[in-house]
Write a new protein. Structure first.
Ligand SMILES: Cc1cc2nc3c(=O)[nH]c(=O)nc-3n(C[C@H](O)[C@H](O)[C@H](O)COP(=O)(O)OP(=O)(O)OC[C@H]3O[C@@H](n4cnc5c(N)ncnc54)[C@H](O)[C@@H]3O)c2cc1C
Ligand code: FES
Ligand code: FES
Lengths: 285, 156
């Protein structure tokens, strides 16, 4: 199989990528190509021009913050690099569980979130970690909270001429821990459901809980009811709080050949509980 | 509109003119360079039969555009043995009967070499996890895992 024909241009810098996307008709950025190339081979997508950003070194790599500063991840950073990094543990864990080693060697965090597949792992994790996504167009730059970045099934608040330039993730201080728990699709390794939790423990009490789920909803979804049911209580309340997830996910539950909506709703509390237990263990340890 | 690319393939510098941007790396390797050891199984990024090394990393060449490989070092199964001397991984597949029909074998070997690199005591579980992107349609996994364990030790 081969993709439909397209024009190929290579951007040497962020400025060049932004001016190309403004001037080319029907163009898309190409990062690792591990969502876009398969989609094009299947004729699910047929952009007229691909702007290859894969060689812009400024967009690759991790700059660790110190103290209260965020860790800043370049969008071209691969899943393999994140999986062996010192970033927040949930992100490291999720990146290490994406696809397989070959996919992790090519796929990037920027491409993963721009693609916004409901079965992807990183949207869920970045939502729970309250990451902030910096995007630029030729005349402007803005920061979007992860919670406002994902807007629907394969949909984000990115405009067509905007490039993701930084993903900023809060550092985990002492007493804070995070984890990601996923029900793997046995063939593709995508998430049938996935849950991410970030918690802060104070003398055995959960003083702060952030929870998000994915795989069962059209986009990554923050779970305010679970968080509220746990905050101010001990870790003994995790199971009970996890059961609240049903009231956070709404009625639009995904259903496909891999799992029914009923099944996804049935298992999600288990994965929320696992993520919370592991996050609390890390926060305590 | 064709693009000119050059790459190092199994240690040999090659330049190609007028490459269609949509040409996949695996088709460049098989059709343009005539190196047919790299197989196409699924053509949908699942099976790993097309695995090659690109700048030292195992990648699925059915999911990389040839233009993305411009300027890189690519090694295929043909680039493994030197002067007819099999590498430890190839020898272990032979000794441990790690293949049946052999279709998945080039991809298994290219993935396996990277998997065991620097990890002589790799466990069965680590190998099985590391082979998530490689499918053997003959289901000969027992001996594939065995071969990789032997090769990990031999390469150390
Ligand atoms: C076999 C297989 C298994 C997989 N399993 C999983 C899994 O378990 N979990 C998971 O989460 N994912 C999985 N993936 C998807 C994988 O993570 C992709 O790498 C990722 O979704 C896309 O990243 P990319 O760099 O390849 O992006 P590309 O395919 O290059 O691009 C994807 C989209 O993002 C846009 N884009 C890329 N970079 C930017 C940027 N900086 N700014 C704006 N737009 C941009 C592109 O224009 C395109 O629309 C799997 C993929 C495969 C092939
Ligand atoms: S042919 Fe490339 S992964 Fe199957
Ligand atoms: S040996 Fe036949 S596919 Fe693996």
């Amino acid at each position: 199989m081969y993709p439909p024909n397209f024009n190929y241009v290579r951007a040497g810098s962020v400025a060049e990528a932004l001016s190309l996307i403004a001037s080319e008709d029907d163009a898309k950025f190409l990062a690792g190509g591990h969502s876009l190339v398969p989609a094009m081979k299947l004729r699910l997508d047929a952009p007229g021009t691909l702007i290859d950003i894969g060689r812009i070194e400024d967009l690759r790599g991790i700059a660790y913050g110190s103290g209260d500063e965020n860790d800043c991840i370049g969008p071209l950073t691969t899943h393999a690099t994140i999986a062996s990094s010192n970033l927040a543990s949930a992100l490291v864990e999720a990146a290490g569980g994406i696809g397989d080693p070959q996919v992790r060697n090519r796929g990037t965090i920027g491409g993963n979130i721009a693609h916004a597949d409901p079965a992807s792992d990183l949207p869920t994790v970045l939502t729970a970690l309250e990451a902030s996504i910096r995007v630029e167009n030729p005349s402007n730059a803005r920061n979007i909270d992860a919670a406002n970045f994902f807007t629907g099934l394969f949909e984000t608040s990115l405009e067509e001429n905007e490039l993701i330039t930084v993903i900023a993730v809060p550092r985990e201080g002492a007493g804070t821990g995070s984890a990601y728990a996923k029900l793997f699709n046995p063939a593709s390794r995508y998430a049938v459901v996935g849950a991410c939790a970030s918690v802060t423990l104070n003398n055995g009490v959960v003083s702060r809980a952030r929870v998000a789920v994915g795989g069962l909803t059209p986009m990554a979804t923050r779970c305010g009811s679970v968080e509220a049911a746990l905050e101010g209580r001990s870790t003994d309340a995790i199971k009970e709080a996890s059961a609240q997830v049903a009231s956070d996910v709404g009625d639009d539950i995904l259903e496909d050949i891999h799992a029914s909506a009923e099944y996804r709703l049935g298992v999600i509390p288990v994965y929320v509980e696992r993520a919370l237990q592991a996050a609390c263990a890390r926060a305590a340890g | 509109m064709g693009v000119s690319i050059s790459l190092n393939i199994n240690g040999e510098a090659r330049s190609l003119d007028n490459v269609e941007p949509r040409l996949l790396l695996v088709d460049l390797i098989r059709e343009e360079l005539g190196l047919t050891g790299t197989n196409i199984g699924c053509d949908t990024s699942q099976c790993g039969a097309c695995t090659v090394h690109m700048d030292g990393l195992a990648v699925k060449s059915c999911t990389v555009l040839a233009v993305q490989a411009d300027g890189s070092d690519v090694v295929t199964i043909e680039g493994m043995a030197e002067d007819g001397q099999l590498t430890a991984m190839q020898q272990a597949f032979w000794d441990e009967h790690g293949l049946q029909c052999g279709f998945c074998t080039p991809g298994m070997i290219m993935a396996g070499v990277k998997l065991v690199e620097g990890n002589p005591d790799i466990s069965d579980e680590e190998i099985r996890h590391g082979l998530e992107g490689n499918i053997c349609r003959c289901t000969g996994y027992q001996n594939i895992v065995k071969a990789m364990k032997v090769a990990a030790q031999a390469a150390a």
